[in-house]
Design a protein around this ligand. Structure first.
Ligand code: NI
Length: 189
């Protein structure tokens, strides 16, 4: 198990286009394994390779209801439907959250660790995470999708502090997440 160093804005690698993976090699498997470890260590819902200094088209996602992480190699959005506003954060943009426009549903195509291509339909948090992570691989950050210039805000110290005071009920959310929060209005993630 290895925790990789996180790349933080304005690291230029976050704005680069990742390259297609030709084949699932042992190196790619190792990268995926380390990315999963790093995502969990950072309490993220997802992680893209750029964020740990690699320009391979690889991303991992693990929402709270998943039994095992979803591995996306060369992922592509095939189709999106609808629009909604959701609150979002990113491990590479620490200390901030923002209100962004995202699709209601997405259809994605990707390769798994077994080298097979799969297709996936998603809504809610998973749809949001898919759009967020696939964006990363194309050099795009959530701050590029802000609803308005005013919709990026700093997570304040007071806020964190208040949170500590309450016992942690269900929303283990505040852990600042890569891409989280299903609904802008909800308090989670
Ligand atoms: Ni992110």
């Amino acid at each position: 198990m290895a925790i990789l160093d996180m790349r933080i804005l304005p690291d230029p690698i976050l704005r680069k286009q990742a390259k297609k993976v030709a084949k699932v090699t042992p190196q790619i498997k190792k990268l995926v394994e380390n990315m999963v470890d790093t995502m969990r260590d950072q309490h993220g819902v997802g992680l893209a390779a750029n964020q740990v200094g690699s320009l391979q088209k690889v991303a991992v996602i693990e929402t709270p209801d998943m039994e095992e992480p979803l591995v996306l190699i060369n992922p592509e959005v095939l189709k999106t439907d609808g629009e909604r506003q959701v609150e979002e954060g990113c491990l590479s943009v620490p200390g901030y959250r923002g209100l962004v426009n995202r699709s209601e549903t997405v259809r994605v195509k990707a390769m798994g660790l077994d080298g097979k291509i799969y297709r996936l339909n998603a809504d809610e948090l998973l749809a949001q995470a898919l759009e967020h992570e696939i964006d990363h691989l194309n050099g795009i950050l959530y701050i590029d999708h802000l609803v308005s210039h005013e919709s990026l805000y700093k997570i304040t110290y007071e806020h964190d502090y208040e949170d500590e005071d309450h016992e942690h009920d269900e929303d283990d959310s505040e852990d600042s997440v890569e891409s989280v929060t299903a609904e802008a209005s909800a308090s989670e993630d």
